[in-house]
Each structure stands twice: as C-alpha cells, then as structure tokens.
Design a protein around this ligand. Structure first.
Ligand code: DON
Length: 563
C-alpha cells in the first residue's frame, strides 16, 4: 500500500519571497564582492558569518559560527541535534570532506520500525524519540575547527550564545511555521517547555535560555560539552522518558569522519563533492557525465530535449542509488564502477527520443562487482579564497519534534533516511534495500550534496541545497544552469527546477517551470508531469573575474552578504 508521505507536502508548503544581497565594503562596480561572501538560510546567520570573516576568521571559522547560529535562529533545520556534511577547498586547492552524519544508536535493529507482519508502522521512524539518530553536528564543528580554524573556538561559538540569550527577531515565515507546529510540539514534549505559544508574530524576539547554557558548555568544553556531562545526561534522560534508544555510550563514542571527497569533470570543470554516506556526490557526478555529450546549450534552458535528457539521466541515477548506496563502513559501495565514465554513458544508451522510458524498464545498472521539511545549506568564501560548503539537517522540519528537556534543542528524525524495509518509500518517496538497511552504529544514506566546482584549477562555485530527494537534482541543475545556460549565480538559483527520482515514475516541476509547448511535447512522449511547489533552496557563490556573486534562494528567507 502506498502511503501519503510528508514528502508530498514538502512541495506545497514553501511559498516564495525575495532574497537580497547586502553588504557595503568591497562591493565593486559589477555588484560583486571582492573580500568574501556568506550565503545562508537566515539573515542573522549570514550576519554572524560575515562578522567572523571581517574580524579575520577564515571560511571554516565562519562556517562553524554559522552552523551554531543557525541552531539558534533556524531551529527547523539548523541544529546541534542533527548532522551534516562539509566539503572544503583551501585557497591552494587542498580538498577535504567531513562526515558528521548522525548514526543509528547501538540498540537500533534492522526491523525496529516494522509491525509483526513485517510492514512499516506509520510515522514510527519519523516522529518522537525513536526517530532520532546520534547527533553529529557538534563533533563535526569541533573537528573542522581543530583542523582548519584560525580564531579561538570560544570566539566562533559566542555569537550563537548571544543570539540565544538576547533573542532574535523571527521572520514572517518563521512566525507562520512555529505557529503551525504547535500541535506536534505539544504532542512530543509533554512538559511543554520550548516554543509553546498560541501564536507567533513576525519580528517577535525569541529568547532560548537553556540553549544558551548548552552552547556555553560547548564553548567551554568542546565536544565533551555536548557528548559528555550535563548535556549528555539531558539527552539520555530524554530518551528514557520518551522510549528512545540513544545512550550516553552512543554519545561518547560518536566521531565525525574525514573522508576523501569524490570528484569528476564536467565540460572542463572539476566538481568536488561529498562521498558516501551521502549518495549525493556520486549521483551528481553520474548525472553530469550522462548529460555531458548532449548540446544542452543549443537546446536551451527547460526546453523539451534538455528536460528529457536530464530526466532520463535522473531516472537511471536514482535507480542506482536505491541499490548501491549506503554507509561505506557497513556496505561495500561500488564507487569506482559507478563513477566510470563508460558506465554512465552506457546507462543512457537505451534512451528513446520518441517516448519516455518507463521506470519499470529501468533497474540499477549492472557491472562486474569487482570491489568486494528539513535541511539547510550554506556556502562561504573568505578573503583568501578558502571555500566551505556545508549542508546540515534534522531531516524533517523540526526533526523528531522532540526537544531535549533542560538542554533546549531539537533532536533529528534521521532514522527515516534508512530503508526501514526493502522497497518501502521513506518520507521523500525514496526506496532502498540491503545497502541502506538499519544496523547498530551505521550511518543512514543521505542525498545532501555540498559541492565545490573548480575551473582551470581555481575556485569557481560553492553550491548546495536542502530538499530531501530533490537535493541532487537541484544541485545538478544549478551547475548546468551556470555552465550550459550562462545564467548568473542568482538566476541559476532562481530558475525553476524539475525532478525525477526513478520511483514514483513522474516528473515533478515547479509551477511555471515548463511552458505549455514543452509540456505538450513531453506528455506526447509519455512523461507524466506533476506540477508542485518549490524544489530546493539553493545557497551558492560564483567566482567571476570581478569578485564573488551570491545566489540566495528566494524560495526562503535566504540572504547573501559580502564585503
Ligand atoms: O540527508 C538527507 O538526504 C535528508 N535527511 C535531507 C532532508 C532534507 O533535505 C529536508 N529538507 N528540506
């Protein structure tokens, strides 16, 4: 039976407002900024990042400060109770990627969300204490800062403490969302300590005293301030009171992991992106390789042939994702095979221009198996040209909806990103199997795709987005919009996106994204087109010969600031 998942709502609930690019110093005649740029989902977080850059911090210092600031001012996705990925490129071209993804608690088990007949129990992996994985964000920030930070740890954590203690003005969108989530907050937080109020108003000052204290412990004790001591106690008691699985031992053992980024080329550009346990990097590189031979530029932006070839590539790549991608520490991901140019090209050989391929005709590719509503992205470049792309998440909007009593922050519901049963869709409609089955201490597969693109050995673009399953296609289309369709960073971000993920077998597109003639041509070939709400919320930076251009997504409150 197919359930209506929150995934479908995601496309309906994100109204558009306009973003802006602000900042005075260093703005040159082309409207671009020479000394650095910060693009995030919230004006206050962008401001924090810019202040850190201006006081001499580098891109990693600013990123750490932004991650903590977002945990305060953007609680539906910014977090210390979730996880994420960072892709880094230094001014000299050194690259690194950091995995601070949540992991399954030690007591998790393969069938923990199934009933006696082996069927998924509705919402069990999505809401409440049992939905939460062991958080990774604080360990990630500590690792990133120890390796690359320049300013003192306390200096980069402090701005978030100030925002939590003194408060910040919520945006109109936030007032609407916080008001809308009251029922869930009450249901999953019996003590009703945080964010409980009959209604919120735009501009209202929100203070989070317990969160300020938690952040102070992190400021003063680093990772031990979260994974041990009072905060670990609060998390463990929260789990006991709500029937969750995360233990003090799970917290103490959590480690962020440096992984080798995956990279590939596209039309002479080098694309550096996140390896597993994200599926996003491999999928992005496959998508680019699959469409590389086609004259997208000549066909034009969102014209029938370009949409068709991109959709057919997406269909095939998501089929591969469902079979082959999972936590590489638990499952041998056939990374080298998936990334072979010849393999990607061969996947497109059965493309039929006269009719849509059916997803039932597409299976994951075969090769000699030789080798045994909510996330947020931010992009930062500093004065020296060091670049950071971070995508971080609680999974759904406000995660599991469970606040850690006493510590003042929300826990993720990332366990739903596992394949709870082979073939059963998760909240984004994604299916999977063995590669992404639940196991103790395993990381759940992700679509998050923080990415950095180089041109001629120099920094070219920093890009990423939230959007669940649509993350990969949004990053893909943003890159193609700049490289093939000559769009500026902002218009590449603004441009309407479309999405195919193998199953369900349909092309979703943003309202107004495809003109009538294109729609008729695609429908005649058998494509099922479904108009929906927003796809992605891309925050990106483009380096031009004049400076840095920001692309802050108008689908959210996102703001690009530079100097
Ligand atoms: O890691 C993932 O792929 C998902 N947990 C991301 C969720 C997401 O992007 C929700 N955003 N709007």
């Amino acid at each position: 039976m197919i359930k209506l998942k929150p995934y479908f709502l995601y496309f309906l609930v994100l109204p558009a407002i306009s973003s802006c690019v602000s900042g005075q110093l260093g703005k040159n005649n082309s409207g671009e900024f020479r000394n650095g740029m910060v693009v995030t989902a919230h004006p206050e977080a962008s401001k924090v990042g810019l202040e850190i850059l201006k006081k001499g911090g580098n891109a990693v210092d600013a990123a750490v400060a932004v991650q903590f600031a977002l945990a305060v001012v953007y609680p539906n996705a910014g977090n210390i109770g979730g996880g994420g990925f960072m892709v880094y490129r230094s001014k000299d071209g050194e690259i690194a990627s950091l995995d601070f993804r949540e992991k399954a608690p030690r007591k998790a088990s393969r069938d923990m969300y199934l009933d006696a007949s082996g069927n998924p129990i509705e919402d069990k992996s999505l809401y409440g204490h049992l939905a939460a994985g062991v958080p990774g964000s604080v360990a990630g920030m500590v690792e990133a800062h120890q390796k690359y930070g320049k300013l003192k740890w306390a200096e980069v954590v402090q701005p978030a403490i100030n925002l939590a203690r003194n408060g910040f003005a919520i945006t109109e969108r936030q007032a609407r969302e916080l008001t809308g989530y009251q029922k869930e907050f009450s249901k999953y937080n019996p003590g009703k300590q945080y964010f409980i109020k009959s209604s919120y108003a735009a501009g209202e000052n929100v203070v989070q005293e317990d969160l300020a204290k938690t952040l102070e412990l992190i400021r003063d004790n680093g990772r031990a301030g979260f994974y041990e001591g009072p905060v670990a106690e609060f998390i463990a008691s929260e789990m006991v009171s709500g029937g969750g699985l995360i233990s003090k031992e799970d917290l103490k053992n959590y480690r962020a992991i440096w992984r080798t980024p995956v990279s590939g080329t596209y039309k002479g550009y080098k694309v550096i992106t996140m390896p597993p346990p994200s599926s996003g990097g491999i999928a992005l590189l496959q998508l680019l390789k699959m469409v590389e031979p086609y004259p997208l530029k000549r066909w034009g932006f969102n014209q029938d042939s370009s949409v068709q070839v991109m959709v057919e590539a997406e269909r095939r790549v998501y089929a591969d994702r469902a079979s082959y991608l999972g936590d590489p520490d638990f499952y041998t991901v056939p990374q080298a095979q998936l990334l072979k140019t010849e393999y990607s090209l061969s996947r497109m050989r059965d493309l039929n221009w006269n009719r849509a391929t059916l997803s039932s005709e597409v299976k994951a590719g075969e090769f000699g198996y030789a080798e045994s509503d909510q996330t947020t992205h931010f992009s930062i470049v500093d004065r020296d040209g060091n670049a950071v792309a971070i995508t971080t998440t609680l999974n759904g909007s406000y995660g599991s909806k469970v606040f850690v009593k006493g510590a003042g922050f929300l826990l993720n519901n990332e366990m739903d990103d596992f394949s709870v049963k082979p073939g059963a869709p998760n909240m984004y409609g994604l299916v999977g199997g063995e590669a992404n089955a639940i196991a103790p201490n395993k990381r759940m597969l992700s679509c998050m795709t923080p990415t950095i693109v180089e041109k001629d050995g120099n920094l070219f673009m920093v890009v990423g987005t939230p959007g669940g399953s649509t993350i990969i296609t949004s990053v893909f289309q943003t890159i193609v919009n700049v490289i093939d369709f000559d769009k500026s960073m902002q218009s590449a971000v603004n441009a309407k996106k479309f999405h195919h993920q193998w199953l369900p077998d349909e092309v979703r597109y943003e309202k107004g994204g495809l003109d009538s003639l294109v729609k008729v041509k695609l429908q005649q070939k058998g494509y099922k087109l479904v108009e929906g709400g927003n796809i992605g919320r891309v925050d990106a930076i483009l380096k031009t010969k004049w400076g840095y251009q920001g692309g802050a997504d108008p689908r959210g409150d996102d703001v690009a600031v530079g100097w």
